[in-house]
Design a protein around this ligand. Structure first.
Ligand code: GLN
Length: 534
């Protein structure tokens, strides 16, 4: 079958959840046996979000092939259970970079290089790239930003051209917001009408509208939107706020979104939809009564999206342990040796977050010391693992002022240090140790027991490493190095075997945890936390 291209645009306001709508539609089509991939086009000039501060952008998600990408790709993977790659996230910066590279090589043969057609051609090439190998029946492309933004115009223009070129193989879904005006006791559709008008001015007639709303909208209001926006009545769908994003596919399925889409691209909706595993997960979620209390110690706790994949991985793991997740975000700058017991005593388990730089790091050491001394299940991820190593070196080995050279370049005990191949790097973008690497786990370790096998692959995003010069001393003192990269011998997993569950991983297991296959290490951590419960 020819690949079908579906675009998801957004109007009225940002943060409406285009990523969730795209992922939910993808899930519904996948449940009917189609191969689906989802792509995000981001209108900013950065080549990728790798160098962006989490305050600007939330979490940076890493693909198996080592691309630093938008956090929506995390939703796509958690929903579809299919890995994404570099091709699934393209920014304006990357588009321009490649056009400018071609121009310098002389590829444009003396022509003036312009937004239309050169930039739009490059955008279209990147969209079609995913469909090119015939691997996917559907490529769903989410256009970042809101229709009408100056910076997303070339993307919208590319969608217009593709619809013209691809005919029935291409659809546009527009997501808008219907606000409730309390004083008038009315829902207002005018912003939706304006937003669709704007899209029409750019030459795009949406095939389907998804109206985001806080409460159920009445059919007459949906009819009115259909009438004013030139959209078929059955194609105006509502997405009412739900307590969990994982219910959205079912909300859309009840309104036959997938059937309508299939019909529009000329496919019969004759393959039955199999959402059993998804429904089982939701059933498990709603039957969980007791909760497990997890403290996430990090410096970005005021930011909803900074630890998105960790939050979601903890939630999934809690549900698979038949618990509700009671997540407490603990500001690492506020924790010290004096108050750690008071702040952390109610937690069943602690996660020490990844991160960069000095701010809040001493609080992470205090939290780890508290967990180690009081045998609270503790899970260190990336910088969190490095902090576990530093805390152990300082307080157990007695190496006062041990540190990572990232934090203190002149530390007398560089238990965490820069990898040799990182030493001469000056460019910050895309130069960390990124993507999936092999790791060999020792039998008898907690990590081995969790994964149920010795050879695993997990994704990385860091420059600094456990310094093997200290390995023997660490192991003698009781910190076991139980996971190693088989080629480089870099230490990937450390544990304190005499504790209930004290595991640090140099990699990011949170990037590899989906609704139907949650990451085993998270499952094992939550299980230990449930067991240790107060
Ligand atoms: N800052 C640390 C490093 O670069 C850890 C990075 C992380 O936690 N992702 O090695």
């Amino acid at each position: 079958m020819t690949t079908k291209y579906i675009f998801v645009t957004g109007g009225v306001v940002s943060s409406l959840g285009k990523g969730i709508v795209a992922a939910s539609l993808g899930k519904l089509l996948q449940s009917r046996g189609y191969n689906v991939t989802i792509q995000k086009l981001d209108p900013y000039i950065n080549i990728d979000p790798g160098t962006l501060n989490p305050y600007e952008h939330g979490e940076c998600y890493v693909t198996v092939d080592g691309c630093e990408t938008d956090l929506d790709l995390g939703h796509y993977e958690r929903f579809l259970n299919v890995p994404t790659t570099r091709a699934n996230n393209v920014t304006t910066g990357r588009i321009y970079q490649s056009v400018i590279d071609k121009e310098r090589k002389g590829d444009y043969l003396g022509k003036t290089v312009q937004v239309v057609p050169h930039i739009t051609d490059e955008i279209k090439r990147n969209i079609k790239l995913l469909g090119a190998e015939n691997k996917f029946d559907f490529v769903i492309t989410e256009i970042g930003g809101t229709v009408g933004d100056i910076e997303s115009l070339p993307f919208i223009e590319s969608v217009r051209q593709l619809r013209w070129e691809l005919g029935k193989d291409c659809l546009c879904i527009h997501l808008t917001y219907v606000p409730y005006i309390a004083a008038a006791k009315e829902y207002k559709t005018k912003p939706t009408q304006h937003s669709v008008k704007q899209l029409q001015e750019f030459g795009i007639q949406p095939d389907m509208l998804v109206l985001r709303t806080e409460h159920e909208l009445k059919p007459d209001l949906l009819h009115k939107v259909a009438l004013f926006c030139n959209v078929a009545e059955d194609s105006v769908i509502q997405s009412v706020d739900r307590p969990t994003i994982y219910e959205v596919p079912l909300v859309l399925q009840r309104q036959k979104m997938d059937e309508i889409i299939l019909h529009k691209v000329g496919l019969a909706a004759d393959k039955p939809s199999d959402m059993k595993r998804w429904e089982n997960f939701l059933a498990m979620k709603s039957s969980a009564v007791e909760s497990v209390k997890i403290g996430l110690v990090g410096k970005y706790v005021e930011l909803q999206d900074a630890y998105k994949s960790i939050d979601e991985s903890l939630l999934l793991a809690a549900i698979y342990n038949h618990r509700k997740l009671d997540l407490h975000l603990i500001h690492s700058e506020k924790v010290n040796d004096t108050n750690a017991a008071t702040l952390l005593q109610d937690m069943d388990g602690l996660v020490i977050a990844p991160g960069f730089g000095q701010r809040g790091i001493e609080g992470k050491f205090s939290a780890i010391k508290y967990a180690r001394e009081n045998d609270v299940p503790c899970f260190g991820i990336c910088l969190g693992m490095q902090c576990m190593v530093i805390e152990f070196a300082r307080n157990v080995l007695g190496l006062t002022d041990a540190n990572s050279t990232e934090i203190a370049a002149d530390t007398p005990y560089n238990v965490i240090d820069l990898m040799d191949e990182q030493k001469n790097i000056t460019n910050m973008g895309g130069t960390m140790r990124l993507g999936a690497y092999d790791c060999h786990l020792k039998q008898g370790s907690k990590a081995y027991a969790a994964y149920g096998k010795a050879d695993i692959q997990e994704r990385h995003r860091h420059r600094f490493e456990f310094n093997n010069a200290y390995k023997a001393r660490m192991e003698q003192a009781g910190m076991a190095c139980v996971g190693e990269n088989p080629e480089t011998n870099l230490v990937e997993v450390v544990e304190l075997p005499d504790k209930k569950w004290f595991v640090g991983v140099q990699y990011h297991p949170e990037y590899n945890s989906t609704v139907v296959t949650p990451n085993p290490l998270f499952i094992s951590f939550i299980k230990a936390a449930v067991k240790a419960e107060h």
